[in-house]
Each structure stands twice: as C-alpha cells, then as structure tokens.
Design a protein around this ligand. Sequence first.
Ligand SMILES: *Cc1c(COP(=O)(O)O)cnc(C)c1O
Length: 466
Amino acid sequence: MRYISTRGAAPALDFENVTLTGLAADGGLYVPESWPHFSAEAIRKLAGLSYVDTAVEVMAPFVGDSLTREELRSLCTAAYGRFDHEAVTPLVQLDPTNWLLELFHGPTLAFKDVALQLLGLLFERFLSTRDTHLTVVGATSGDTGSAAIDALAGRAKVDIFMLHPLGRVSDVQRRQMTTVLAPNVHNIAIEGSFDDAQALVKAMFADQGFAGRFRLSAVNSINWARLMAQIVYYFYAAVRLGAPDRSIAFSVPTGNFGDVFAGYAAARMGLPVAKLIVATNVNDILHRALSAGDYSVGTVTPTAAPSMDIQVSSNFERLLFDLHARDGKALAATMAGFEASKTLAIPQAMRAQAADLFTSARIDADGMALAMRRAAEKSGQIIDPHTAIGLAAAHRADLGRDVPVVTLATAHAAKFRDAVERATGNRPHLPARVGNLFEREERYATLPATLDAIQGYIAERATPAR
Ligand SMILES: *Cc1c(COP(=O)(O)O)cnc(C)c1O
C-alpha cells in the first residue's frame, strides 16, 4: 500500500515511512492511495475473531510489505495485552437500540491508548533497523500526552518531550504524565495556555534546522497509523451487532475528526455503516460545516469535555480530499484560502455527498449533563463528559427503531470525575490499573513559553538523529 498527500505535491510513501512521518512536505496529510475493499463474505469471516485477530485482518492491507503478518500479530498482541478487558473494546447495551463501545480499558483511561499503544511499538520496530533516533514533540491538553508517554516510555531510539499548560490540566491527567520516570520521557509545564504550547510545537517543526537535527516526529492524529488502528473497532463492534447483514450507526464524540474519520474509512472499505453522527460540544465548527457548509474558525470555549475543545479539526482535510474527488491541486488551493481567511464555505454538492454518511449535532453543557444523568438512571452506566456528548447526539439524531446505534465511549468516567460528580452526584473511582497515582513521585520542568527556552531544554537532552 502506498500513501499520498492530500495536497498532491509530496512524494508517495510506504507504510513504514508514513508511520515515521508527520505532516507531508507540501503541508498535506497522508491518506491511502486507494481504499482496500472487504466483501460481505470477508466481513462475515470476522465473526467470532478475537480483537487481535480482527486487528490483523483489518490492518494487513494498509501495512502492506512493511511487516509480515506474524510481526503485525505479535505487535497487536503486545499492544492490546495491556488492556484490562479481555474483549479490549467491549460493547455494553443501554436499551433496545443503543450501545456503548468502551474504548477506555487501556493504561491511561482514554481511547487514544488503542492507537498509541500500537504506534509506540511500530516506532520501535521500524527504528530498530535504522541508524537513526527519533524525537517526539507534542503539546497536550491532557489525554494525548498521557497516552503517548505511556506508549513510548522506555522504548529504544525515541525521546518524548511533552508540553502541557502549567496548572491547566486535571490532577489525574498531569500525574499520568509526570509520574512516568523513564529516562526518555520529558515533561514540560509551559507558563502559558494550551494554544501557546501548540504554537511552540508548530514553531519547532517549522525550524527546519532544529527539526532535522533531532528528527522531530509527531504523535497527534495527523499520523496515519493512529487512524488505521482505530478502524479496527468499528469492524469489531459492527460484526458483533450483525454486520454485514445489518447496517450500524456510530455516534462519535469529535474533536480533531480522527476517530470519526476512521469510521468513514471503515465505510469506504465496505462495512455497512448506516450513519456517522459527528457529536460536538459548543465548539461546533464541524457541526456548522456539515449542517450548513460553514467551516469557519471561532474562538475556543473551555468545556467539561476538553478533548473536544478545538478550533480547527486537522483530519477534516482528509474528508475534504475525497469530497474534492481526490484532486490534490484543487484541495491545496482550497486549504490555502482557508489558511488565509480562516473560513471555508463548503459547496452544496459536497455537503450533499457528505450527508449520505454523516450527520451532526451540537450538545451544550445542559445536554451533556442530562445525558450523564439519563445513562445513570435508565441504564446504570456512569459515563464521562465526552461520551455523554456522543450519547446525547445519538438521541438527537433519532435514526429510528431499526438502526442500532453505537456510541463511542472515549474516556473512563474517573478521568473527569469532578464533572461527573457535578452532573450525577456520583464520584467515580479510579480503576486499579492506574495504581497509586497520587503517591508516586512527579518529575517535570517548568519553563517560560518562549521558543528559545524550549529548544534549549530539548537540545540539551535529545539525541541528534545520527
Ligand atoms: C481525543 C478525544 C476525543 C476526540 O477525538 P478526535 O479523534 O480528536 O476527534 C474525544 N474524546 C476523548 C476522551 C478524547 O481523548
């Protein structure tokens, strides 16, 4: 399988190289050159397979010659062996038509573990045969940082530097990052906001001398391998609910459009997906885009579902690429216009095409709290704020009694226990697998939000690429 850039002007890469690369050189994102197709017969054969076996079947066409099937299987076995549920991503039925797909049984309690546990192992595997060293740099408002650190801690030939805004992530989220004391993990609290941290990371990637010297790499969801790993659970859940003989809808708490894009990929691969419900909070750029064609950047309002507090959804570009009939030149022009004006009007014909599969809903704080209470009262389920937005959107979409709807439960309620307690009166317990998080030693540096300070800190500690 080869991967091409959404902006049509970067070299095509194989799976190994696309995994080690972030943004394409032309500023675009890598996508598969074509979508592999699973016939109804092939989907039927997935029935009864374990999560790991399903993962191997679904991902093998994307991996191509970069790994043997046995290598892929052993990496999946290692990655998903760290989940504390034997089904890895179990389904829980809420009522006759609604299910939760629990994606939070990994080490850091959020769905990002599903992809990042595998990505950490892929990095190590691909670097093992190269004479090079990778420096992962990222900014986090919480979930990505902890999942990436857990996945990369102690791995050979990789250092990770993770920036978080000082005092603006929850205690659980901070401790999940700062109590990891492996020598290749470097936490930096920035005296500034998440936007400042993100801007500093962008500036480091743009400094080509620095980026090249340390071979900077990204672990955010622009990385194709992350999205690929997320396609698996759409197949796994749909097959359990009757695919290929029944169509399933999914409601997806959405921020950067990565998770829901994986659902789109599953549909393109032949999985019968009735609808993808894009659930947003009041930071609703995607809801405006899909319902009214208005993809224009507003200001971010902080909410109880911080992983969905975004302005620009980077992976939306991957959908726009298909809506532009995969014409990279045309999309490059569209994106240049968007980057200049911060606004993009999606033409009616493209909107109609997207509407075949996508619908969307915007859920405010009251709608979120109501969904948390309703899940507790009617189904005995304590859900987190992100999941609550997904469930409220599923309710709003009202697809009728014949369509099973799976809401992706993207975080464990204990990760956001203050918000959950406010809405439901229940304070969820941290599961045993996080251990004595509040007794462990923390280690992190506190630095001013300047490029000089951060680059100086990294240059002293990172290993040059060769
Ligand atoms: C990252 C995250 C999301 C959003 O996922 P995207 O792929 O960015 O759309 C939703 N919920 C939780 C808990 C997350 O950590």
